[in-house]
Design a binder for this molecule. Structure first.
Ligand code: ADP
Ligand code: PAZ
Ligand code: MN
Length: 909
């Protein structure tokens, strides 16, 4: 029996290395059980959490040699084998969208096929995916700095990828015949420069075509792309794909285009205005002497437009013009005050000028947009273009104008990828890359590195190299620079709702740097192997998160919980990598990156899309992976597995001595009791110092008195064992979503799986694709099952039938497999996640395939059954089992206390 207190530090590192080597060998030689965490970090696995994301630092002095490649060597961190690049070269900015591809994983595909065969799915799910899995990056440069942009492209060799799908990953040796899709005026203006400097030809795509294609793609494929922004409040809008058209697209770049969109490729440019982003920046520059667009925008935040604008009250002697409903504070004439006074430009504050100008232009665009919407009977107006720049006041002003003039009939919406519509559209115009077939569940957005806004100005390439990332974090901290949130604007009090926006009350701090505007969007991961879980009762209304962090008090609470847990997590992570100097440096960088994200999200919870607790927990895992912590709890997991496996035979004997119904209760009690082993909970971590694993497990079991706080055991018992003489049909196939390593899986879930097998139910163990806290991964399951199978015939036969023992490479002494055909099989599938929670809108395709014939789902643990999916409904019988290891959650969710249990059974209708 192992003592939890004994042997802290990093006792098992050596063991771990050996193990990793073994994994590597296995990968090279034979079909692997599961893609290893190592392969995850080398980008070969496509799941929603293991992809190595990158950061976009726009602009940049890229003198780096960080992207050197030798085609014959697979670099472990080589995450951007660039295949496609598209450009939108506008009057003010150059926008780049480029794609880096994940490696194919043919061995893994073979393994998946074998699972499908075993589950009888070989003919089903015959969907063939385009050979596309990778990441879409978004970068922008000022058009005046075209050379920086060209340097960036050539350093990263973005132009070398070729244009034919078969050669996605194969780099060409020359640029000859390379064609790059480009749109915007610069595609014409700079075609020769591009040919001369990069040796590539430009395939010019029509700008309007591209804007529409980009907007349609984003609105269909990205879940939280569109949002409204009224009085400082951002709200995401769920777009119904079948009810998207018609809409008005207003792109506010240097100038403004207004396009009526009726479908894919069906549109008409109905209007526009020459008073646009270029006007604000150009006039603003002349009038204020600002050196950058951002400086100008920042000035506006400290402005008071009433010093420049003529208000109704100025004309009416301080009173409202109430007859037509105009308040005294309504702007009667932008800049109107400057005519009546004998003042020079230098007598006006640049802040006031900037604000007045911004308001004038935004309001004007809003108003013209409304008129065009009215003209064509359109209710929805989507605004794009970099003029908007995620700026609260700009969006509020536009929204106000649309709302006011349409009397609430039309709605202004904004897009998170605001300025990249054209570039995305140009990217989509490459034929046959399959991008237009991608669906919302195949796209995962990642914000791995926090906001790279150092010095208020970033000129840097996307960071690719680990060292580079760490030094960036160090630099970031040295300078004492906080991640700066976008300017939140206090709701303007007392808007009269007439005639126009009154004075803005925005008194925000420093504006986020321009680069961070691009970081309001992350790198988009295209993961063709993700699917919607087919057993969701209503995928359209499904919301994974139980806790909505839009609630400020929730956000603050969970922010504190995660911040307080951070030092312990860093200790574990550093120890898991041998406690070396390098690991410590990475650990510190991880802590900084994650804290920076947390701070940023505290300032603007919706900065990265709709925020729930599951997103924060996943972000933490992503940040760990970003700094190459492969598995922070590796040694703890090993130790707990060993200790639990040692007492498993006794437990099985005890269970076998019981009558059927007592046994079922004991099994459920066992799952709940063993769910106490959760290294993500502060309370539990404190508890572990008080005893050995087995002592804690026993203590926990002793306290398992029914009724539990949520107790549907009787209903579950009835479904399983029946009542009276009626013996119900056993379930055909059960999906067991396992949670933690050690006692949780070994003493909790495996005995329950065994009971199901005995009753003739096929068991699919569903494990994480990548590590998260102490959760057991799919890759680790075959070995655990094989160990357990040594003590149990039922498990052994089922595991053999499911091919699990082969995967675990365990030589079972007694190889006589009698009666195999009559034994239901047990298999392992990965869930597609690397998080303690699960979002059923995006699971691995193998889980989706295995789910097709399942009629029982068992969700275990806080992350999967409470933080997410507590309110989710499925098409089949569902059992949600968890011990609540957090006092506040217990009070809120189940009106109970910490260590109370949930046994919720929801039969299929
Ligand atoms: N860093 C920046 N430099 C210049 N203009 C910027 C910047 N950030 C935002 N803008 C605004 O974005 C506008 C350009 O928007 P964009 O959609 O890129 O249009 P275009 O394709 O005409 O360049 C500028 O006119 C300006 O108002
Ligand atoms: C991350 C977790 C959801 C994992 O729980 P599990 O799914 O293993 O039951 C949980 O540890 C958690 O919510 N932790 C934070 C709460 C706390 O420290 O009290
Ligand atoms: Mn867990």
């Amino acid at each position: 029996m192992l003592d939890l207190n004994g042997g802290e530090g990093n006792p098992t590192n050596q063991k771990k290395d050996t193990n990793n080597n073994k994994e590597r060998e296995i990968e090279g030689e034979r079909e692997v059980a599961f893609p290893s965490a190592l392969s995850a970090s080398s980008n070969s696995m496509m799941n929603r959490s293991s992809c190595r994301p990158q950061i976009d630092l726009t602009g940049a002095a890229i003198q780096g040699n960080f992207e050197e490649r030798d085609p014959s060597i697979l670099l472990p961190n080589q995450s951007d084998d660039i295949s496609h690049l598209a450009l939108d070269i506008g009057g003010s900015l150059i926008k780049l969208v480029y794609f880096s591809r994940h490696e194919d994983h043919p061995i893994d595909d073979k393994r998946k096929r074998s699972i499908k065969n075993k589950l009888g799915l070989s003919n089903g799910n015959s969907r063939s995916y385009p050979s596309l899995g990778g990441q879409l990056h978004f970068v922008k440069f000022e058009t005046g700095k075209l050379n920086d942009c060209l340097d960036f492209i050539s350093t990263k060799q973005l132009h070398m990828g070729g244009t034919d799908p078969p050669s996605w990953s194969s780099r060409r040796s020359t640029n000859e015949n390379v064609i790059i899709k480009a749109t915007g005026g610069g595609a014409y203006k700079f075609a020769d420069v591009l040919k001369e400097k990069l040796g590539v030809s430009i395939d010019k795509e029509d700008e309007m075509d591209c804007l529409v294609a980009g907007a349609n793609f984003l609105l269909k494929a990205i879940r939280h792309e569109a949002f409204t922004h009224m009085e400082g409040q951002k709200e995401f809008v769920q777009i119904d794909h079948n009810d998207l058209f018609p809409y008005l697209l207003v792109n506010i770049g240097s100038g403004v285009s207004m396009i009526k969109v009726d479908g894919d490729g069906k549109f008409e440019r109905v209007s526009g205005t020459n008073v646009g982003g270029g006007t604000y920046w150009g006039l603003g520059r002349l009038l204020t002497k600002c050196k950058s667009f951002d400086e100008l925008l920042e000035l506006s935040q400290r402005g008071d437009n009433s010093n420049v604008d003529m208000l109704v009250g100025d004309i009416y002697g301080g009173v409202d013009y109430s007859k037509i409903g105009l308040s005294a504070l309504t702007i009667a004439s932008s800049f109107g005050k400057t005519i009546s006074e004998n003042k020079e430009l230098s007598d006006y504050r640049p802040e006031d000028i900037s604000l007045s100008l911004l308001r004038m232009i935004s309001y004007n665009i809003g108003q013209i947009s409304y008129l065009n919407a009215l003209r064509y009977g359109l209710k929805r107006i989507f605004f794009g273009g970099f003029f908007i720049r995620g700026h609260a006041y700009t969006m509020d002003t536009i929204s106000f104008a649309v709302h006011f003039w349409s009397k609430g009939q039309a709605q202004a919406m904004f897009l998170r990828h605001e300025g990249f519509l054209g570039a995305l559209g140009a990217f989509m115009s490459y034929e046959k890359h399959g991008l237009d077939d991608l669906m919302v569940h195949q796209l995962v957005e990642r914000f791995p590195m926090g906001d790279p806004c150092v010095d208020g100005k970033i000129d840097g390439p996307p960071l690719v190299d680990l060292n580079e990332k760490i030094s960036w974090m160090e630099k970031f901290v040295q300078k004492g620079i906080e991640i700066i949130a976008p300017v939140p604007m206090a709701p303007p009090p007392g808007t009269t709702g007439v005639g126009g926006f009154e004075r803005p009350y925005s008194r925000g701090g420093t504006l986020r740097s321009d680069a961070s505007a691009a970081l309001n969007i992350g790198v988009l991961h295209l993961v063709p192997t993700l699917d919607v879980f087919p057993l969701l009762a209503d995928p359209k209304t499904y919301e994974p998160n139980t806790i909505d962090l839009a609630d400020r008090s929730e956000l603050e609470y969970w922010f504190t919980v995660l911040s307080e847990h951070l030092p312990d997590l860093v200790d574990k992570a550093v120890a898991s990598e041998g406690g070396t100097d390098d690991a410590q440096r990475r650990g510190a960088a991880f802590a900084r990156a994650f804290s920076a994200h947390l701070r940023r999200l505290m300032e603007e919870p919706a900065a990265y899309g709709k925020l729930g607790l599951a997103n924060l927990l996943e972000l933490r895992e992503e940040c760990l992976r970003e700094f190459q912590f492969v598995d922070a709890y590796f040694s703890i997991k090993q130790r707990e597995n060993e200790a639990s496996l040692a007492v498993l035979p006794d437990l099985l004997m005890e269970l076998d001595s019981m009558a059927e119904d007592a046994r079922l209760l004991a099994l459920i009690e066992g799952v709940l009791a063993a769910n106490i082993f959760d290294w993500g909970s502060r309370a539990c971590v404190d508890l572990y110092h008080k005893g050995t694993i087995i002592e804690i497990y026993r203590m926990s079991r002793k306290k398992m008195h029914r009724p539990w706080q949520v107790d549907d055991f009787d209903a579950f018992n009835k479904r399983m064992l029946g009542s009276g003489d009626k013996t119900p049909q056993p379930h055909k196939r059960a999906l067991l979503f396992v949670d933690n390593s050690g006692a949780d899986v070994v003493l909790g879930m495996l005995p329950l799986a065994r009971e199901l097998l005995r009753r003739g139910t096929e068991v699919v163990l569903v494990g994480n694709s990548s590590p998260a806290l102490n959760d057991v991964t799919a890759m680790e399951l075959p070995e655990i099952v094989a160990e357990a199978a040594k003590h149990c015939d039922t498990l052994r036969k089922a595991a053999e039938a499911g091919g699990l023992l082969m995967d675990a490479m365990v030589n079972i002494q007694d190889s006589s497999v009698d009666n195999v055909a009559s034994v239901p099989l047990m298999v392992v599938v990965e869930n597609g996640c690397g998080s303690p929670c699960i979002d059923f809108r995006q699971v691995s395709s193998e889980l989706a395939a295995a789910a097709k014939d399942a009629d029982l789902i068992i969700l275990e643990g806080m992350g999967r059954a409470l933080h997410t999916n507590f309110n989710a409904r499925f098409k089949c019988d569902t059992l949600k089992l968890a011990m609540v290891k957090n006092q506040r959650l217990a009070e809120k969710l189940i009106k109970g206390n910490i260590y109370d249990c949930v046994c919720r059974f929801e039969p299929s209708d």
